[in-house]
Design a protein around this ligand. Structure first.
Ligand SMILES: COc1cc(COC(=O)c2cn[nH]c2)cc(-c2cccnc2)c1
Length: 241
């Protein structure tokens, strides 16, 4: 997979050189390129923004600069992803769908956002455009949201995560449940013990205990997910464990 990120703060994406995503890049599993939007400006001050039509506070990012940058970077197959508070909420389902793409291009907005004609222009020219929010809050720019989405997508690519099994059981995974509580040594810590069943070696009981804790946690913390629960996947998942 090729991922391009266009931003006025390229250094923000340095975190993608680290850990699993960094290793995936070195292994050639992920071809990540970060671009400075100002490289497509034509004026002496390398201006990327201007005042909003209709008035209001703040500045808006110019369509002409974004257009020349994205025409270069999108190529024939790029799927344009625009992190924005006004987008569809990004979920594990979006991560799974984006992980099947060949080429993603993240446009990191700053100020009050990007001129709306940019997304419109690429949609109208038949390109896939996804305006996605990582949550109901406002950030100063799309870079942090891009880090979140690149990590969520990148870790699903074959070969990136050591044990693909671990992708099945995690929160928001195939069964749509939150993850059950996990424990490791020592068996007693600060007078807190481990649930007995986990020491029993009885795999069916352990699987059942884990499923019950996941259901309990989901019902308590995310009742909205219970309504969307795919019981069939849950049982399939259960039988698989
Ligand atoms: C592309 O347009 C944007 C992008 C961003 C950065 O992304 C987020 O904040 C975000 C992404 N998921 N959840 C939040 C912010 C604004 C923005 C800023 C101030 C006032 N209004 C809008 C606009």
């Amino acid at each position: 997979m090729r991922v391009d990120v266009v931003t006025v703060f390229p250094d923000y994406l340095a975190a993608l050189d680290l850990s699993l995503i960094g290793k995936a890049r070195q292994a050639g599993l992920l071809d990540l390129r970060v671009h400075d939007l100002r490289d497509w400006t034509t004026d002496r001050h390398r201006t990327v923004d201007d005042t909003p039509f209709g008035g209001g506070a703040g500045m808006v990012m110019r369509p002409d600069v974004w257009g020349t940058a994205l025409d270069d970077v999108l190529g024939d197959d790029g799927h344009l992803v625009v992190p924005t508070p006004s987008g569809e909420v990004f979920t594990q389902r979006h991560a799974e769908a984006l992980a099947t793409e060949e080429h993603l291009v993240f446009a990191c907005g700053r100020y009050e956002g990007i001129d709306a004609r940019v997304a419109e222009h690429y949609r109208a020219s038949g390109r896939r455009v996804s305006e996605l929010s990582i949550g109901d809050y406002v950030l100063n720019g799309g870079e942090v949201a891009t880090l979140v989405m690149v990590e969520a997508v990148g870790r699903l690519l074959p070969g990136v995560v050591g044990n693909p099994e671990s992708l099945v059981e995690e929160s928001h995974g195939a069964a749509g449940l939150l993850e059950y509580p996990v424990y490791t040594k020592p068996p007693v810590w600060a007078e807190h013990e481990i649930p007995e069943v986990l020491l029993s070696g009885h795999h069916a009981k352990i699987a059942r205990w884990r499923r019950d804790r996941a259901l309990e946690r989901t019902a308590t913390r995310r009742p909205d997910l219970i309504a969307a629960l795919d019981v069939a996947a849950l049982d399939k998942h259960d039988l698989a464990t």
